[in-house]
Design a protein around this ligand. Sequence first.
Ligand code: ZN
Length: 264
Amino acid sequence: MITEIKYKKQICDIGKRIYDKGFVAANDGNISIRISDNEFLITPTGVSKGSLTPEMIIKVDKEGNVLDGDYRPTSEMKMHLLVYQERPDIQAVVHVHPPFATAFAIAGIPLDQAIMPESVVFLGTIPIAEYGTPSTEEIPNAVKKYVHEHQGVLLENHGTLTWGKDLEHAYYLLESIEFTAKINWIAKQLNGDRELSKTHVQTLVEMKTKMGIAGKSPLGVDTPEGIHSKKVTPSIGQGLSEHDLNVIIEGVSKKVLNELKKHL
Ligand SMILES: [Zn+2]
């Protein structure tokens, strides 16, 4: 019970962050957490994510039946449940409408460019899941195609959906997607959205693999064999200490910078 309250509070905290950061307007967006095999906490419909309180959070089962709570769950619950059903390793899902990423989703441009080392390593490629009417089976069906090999999707003409090993992870993926889209947009205005070379991306994918992060990478660079079939949770730094991570990040950043200098 204490854990449940803790998770409800965490949903409220993340709700406030997504609202304050302008990732949603009015009552948009929804957040969920898996708390057991057949129990999920999810945000209600018709309430601003900026003013959620723990009593508003609803508990549902994997079919979407309400187990506990006075509010009605979000009408976009089906896409959350689809992610949990397909990915037993995933514990949290976040859906929002962040302006830059959503603009890419409207323009039909996936975030699959190799423009920054961090995006290559931590995000991989973020595809566009084909348009579906909110609240119908259309969105879950579109998301299903991408849920195993990516860490999130742009929902065509709609917004973003990210999934993670915990709520903070799903939220950080969303932040990274929006940041990458924003930088990509600014670079395009400068006519300077130059991509990293395939060699640079290969180096970054080696690093990503050592960190235990799965998922597709830009420029068609393959993750070494077996990593998808193992369905490794795409997490930041799984199995490595913070020190190990810093050493790897420093090493690869140096390598990439040296390579870049050669081309300047
Ligand atoms: Zn939406």
